[in-house]
Design a protein around this ligand. Structure first.
Ligand code: FAD
Length: 476
């Protein structure tokens, strides 16, 4: 092929199925140069975190392999995307650059500049939606503004979603006579070396499009039908675990939506679809309120009397707070790069309300340790728990970590798995070991304060302190 090529710029859309930019690029009929640019230049303190970098490495590997079987290859370049893309256009004489949109404020600003620059040079530049059911600006209230409450947003979204049968991957990728050179993936050092802390991630996950499609398929076989009943039980494999696949675009939400509706009777998968809608809501909020990751949506929270408590933060990060369900969640996160949603809410509430540590500190820890770390979902969820976001849980609703454990992990299976030193405690004591009978502790081989920490705060006192802080804020 000798015609001027199309550059296909992969970003968070690491798949070949139902990828609108890829479909359009193949339809354009020119040779295709697929490229991925490692560029955190404009992301500031939201540069890709450690666990997500591990995922990215393996996802790129899987994408390159899938392309190889279709006669194509993936060019890897690193540096500020505006420079890298501009240089590649010059090098290859590309006539067009196609990509799927991202929604981080720094990415939208950068992409708009790149698009304008390409157009100035007479290069066709087109962007598509691969990551969302609807664009964040497409859903509007009756007065033309953004939604701040989920239920009406969900209603409007549901009426607007149109999903066609997903487009299959192209059988062959049209390649140019000469592909530009690129970096070796290993040289990007996305996976940890000294030390290699990714063993738990490797055991828990298989990144890549094929694994994503298999996971969706397996979830829709059965679990989805019990999802509404069991999704809050962290010991059960009851949720889809699609979040990292969705974040990296190995699977699009429209594929998940379409598959759920085509495989089951209407209404049977509604709860699952509404969770996909929370993801949309978070992106809607990030689009309209670009400060969402850093500043409370409710401005009065800017003056909240947070406590500077590095020791408390460390105990929380390490899963050593003395509250078993909190510690189990943070250890699951550290080992696997993921945490169950119910437990995310419990640990977030504990950090914010029991320890009075700013929600941004928890958000930053999640950012570095989650394989599904997502700017919109993470920020919206932390603000939701902190009570300072849109449609948030009110601040004065403080989770009691022991009662949450009893309710959602009644036999303690989740705690036993992630806090093995408590495994032999009877179910009645497992969520409050400090109140266990000395005999039960001795039988289970636990010396509190040595084998497992005593509670770092007294929950009842911590709750009163949080409510007093909140009251003071409201008076100001
Ligand atoms: P499922 O229950 O199977 O849900 C299906 C999909 O819907 C998920 O994969 C996810 O994409 C989306 N979803 C579900 N719940 C939410 C939600 N509350 N908000 C937005 N999207 C949702 N999710 C992330 O993807 N990235 C994050 O960085 C993130 N940080 C969070 C931080 C806190 C403090 C809390 C409370 C929640 C956070 N979530 C985040 C939302 C949620 O916990 C995860 O999406 C979910 O646990 C992923 O597991 P799953 O794929 O099995 O979800």
């Amino acid at each position: 092929m000798t015609a001027a090529p199309t550059l296909l710029w992969f970003r968070q859309d690491l798949r070949l199925t139902d990828n609108p930019a890829l479909t359009a690029a193949v339809a354009a009929g020119r040779p295709l140069i697929p490229v991925f640019v490692l560029d955190d230049a404009d992301a500031g303190h939201w540069a890709t975190g450690g666990a997500a970098r591990w995922w990215l490495h393996h996802s790129l590997e899987a994408l390159a392999e899938a392309m190889g079987t279709r006669g194509g290859s993936l060019v890897l370049r690193r540096g500020p995307a505006s420079e890298v893309i501009g240089r590649l256009v010059e090098e290859t004489g590309a006539a067009a650059v196609f990509w799927n949109r991202r929604y981080e404020p720094w990415a939208t600003r950068r992409d708009a500049e790149i698009k304008a620059d390409l157009k100035r040079r007479g290069v066709e530049a087109r962007s598509f939606n691969s990551a969302l059911l609807c664009e964040p600006w497409q859903i509007e209230t009756r007065t033309g503004g953004p939604y701040k409450v989920f239920t009406p947003f969900w209603k409007a979204l549901r009426a607007a979603v149109e999903t066609a049968t997903p487009t299959p991957p192209p059988e062959r990728l049209p390649t140019p006579a000469r592909m530009p050179t690129g970096d070796a993936l290993a040289d990007w050092a996305l996976t940890p070396r000294g030390p290699d802390w990714a063993g738990g991630l490797r055991a828990a996950w298989l990144p890549g499009e094929n694994a994503a499609l298999r996971r969706l398929d397996g979830f829709l076989d059965e679990a989805v039908l019990d999802y509404a009943r069991k999704r809050d039980l962290p010991a059960e494999p009851a949720t889809s675990r699609l979040s990292p696949h969705l974040h990296f675009g190995e699977l699009g939400p429209r594929q998940a939506w379409h598959a759920a509706l085509s495989r089951h009777e209407p209404g049977r998968t509604d709860k699952f679809l509404s969770e996909l809608a929370w993801r949309e809501f978070a992106h809607h909020l990030l689009h309209h309120f670009p400060d969402l990751p850093d500043r409370p949506l409710r401005p009065e929270f800017a003056g909240f009397p947070w406590v500077d408590d590095p020791q408390g933060l460390r105990a929380w990060q390490q899963g050593r707070t003395g509250y078993p369900i909190v510690d189990a969640g943070l250890r699951e996160l550290w080992q696997t790069g993921w945490m169950h949603n119910r437990v995310r809410m419990i640990v977030a509430s504990f950090l914010i309300k029991d320890l009075l540590i700013p929600w941004q500190a928890g958000e930053a820890w999640f950012w570095d340790t989650l394989v599904d770390a997502d700017l919109a979902n993470n920020a919206a969820s932390w603000q939701w728990v902190a009570g300072c976001g849109a449609d948030a849980a009110p601040f004065f609703r403080v989770f009691n970590p022991s009662l949450q454990g009893v309710k959602f992990d009644p036999d303690g299976a989740y705690v036993r798995r992630w806090v093995p030193e408590l495994a032999r405690l009877p179910a009645a004591a497992i969520h409050s070991p400090w109140a266990a009978r000395p005999l039960d502790l001795a039988d289970a081989g636990i010396r509190l304060g040595r084998d497992y920490p005593g509670p770092i705060v007294d929950h009842a006192a911590a709750r009163d302190r949080a409510l007093a802080a909140f009251k003071a804020l409201r008076k100001d």
